[in-house]
Ligand binder design. Structure first.
Ligand SMILES: Cc1cc2nc3c(=O)[nH]c(=O)nc-3n(C[C@H](O)[C@H](O)[C@H](O)COP(=O)(O)OP(=O)(O)OC[C@H]3O[C@@H](n4cnc5c(N)ncnc54)[C@H](O)[C@@H]3O)c2cc1C
Length: 263
């Protein structure tokens, strides 16, 4: 295998305040701390483990579509051990929907030489569409192995265990292919000090829409097939009701459940 490409996305930290911009309901990137999506740390980890098992000249490339700030997520992936990065950034991409984002990713993948295995997260913690891997696979005409909890590559064959609510499925495909991983796939490594220093010198190729042959009217909020038109924050969680059991605890719980129309 020559090149494993990991699709990585910078997302607002779930621990900080997340909100949408007042004007166009796109993500307010200044309102929250930004981090590499946790599921993407696992995707990077999986690529690194495959490279280490192969012990050959396999290259791990990370690819992101995002604004300037997404460089921080790229550096994190590089400090974990990825070899190089491709960053697609262009103001015209702002507000793109899931189809447009996947289209840009597909076009960028077409420019990465020797890309045989593409690894993604199964869903990002902000958009949570859970559809980018499948859409990219469709655009590129590649087999997709999604929601994977175990992965192995042998020659040009990739085998995987796919876990969903319905059970566990054994999957197999011939490379090139796209794999999306779930939380059970591995525990991602922490970047070492050496890794952090090395990441500063690693290659980050920046590509614009023009470099990809994508026209500005194929992307962006104004050309999106869908857009967010309203949003209402969830009300904060109310404190629970405590019932002291003085012999009638069971009855009181039953009464509470009836009042809530739960039984
Ligand atoms: C505030 C906000 C507003 C939005 N508004 C709209 C809207 O109006 N209309 C609409 O259709 N969609 C909207 N979206 C969805 C947004 O376009 C998607 O987040 C984006 O297209 C990717 O989809 P996802 O995050 O749901 O990806 P998922 O399919 O959940 O991601 C799965 C995996 O795909 C890869 N991936 C996803 N995005 C990228 C990326 N940019 N670069 C590299 N890899 C990536 C990662 O490996 C990720 O783990 C909005 C999202 C947010 C956060």
């Amino acid at each position: 295998m020559t090149n494993i490409v990991v699709l990585i996305k910078q997302v607002p930290d779930t621990g900080s305040e997340r909100k949408l911009s007042d004007g166009d309901f796109t993500l307010d990137r200044e309102a929250a701390d930004s981090v590499l999506c946790e599921i993407n740390e696992r995707a990077v980890e999986e690529a690194l483990q495959i490279k280490e098992r192969n012990a050959d000249d396999t290259v791990v490339t990370v690819l992101t579509v995002g604004p300037e700030k997404a460089t921080e997520a790229i550096r994190k992936a590089l400090s974990m051990g990825a070899d190089k990065a491709v960053h697609v950034k262009d103001d015209a991409i702002h507000g793109s929907d899931i189809l447009q984002t996947a289209w840009v990713l597909a076009r960028a993948l077409g420019q990465i030489e020797g890309a045989e295995l593409v690894i993604t997260g199964n869903a990002s913690s902000d958009g949570a569409g859970g559809a980018v891997p499948a859409i990219v696979a469709e655009y590129l005409g590649l087999p997709q192995l999604t929601h994977v909890r175990k992965l192995a590559v042998d020659g040009d064959t990739v085998t995987a265990e796919r876990e969903t609510d319905d059970g566990v499925f054994g999957l197999s495909a011939t490379l090139p292919a796209i794999v999306s991983v779930g939380e059970k796939i591995n525990e991602p490594r922490f970047p070492s000090f050496k890794g952090i220093m090395a990441a500063k010198k690693k290659e980050v190729v920046e590509l614009s829409l023009a470099d990809l042959g994508v026209e500005a009217d194929e992307v962006g909020l104004a050309n999106a097939g869908s857009s967010v038109v309203s949003s209402t924050p969830k009300p904060p969680k109310a404190a629970g009701e405590k019932i002291a059991d003085e012999g009638e605890g069971g009855t009181k719980i039953a009464e509470y459940l009836v009042a809530q129309k739960l039984i």
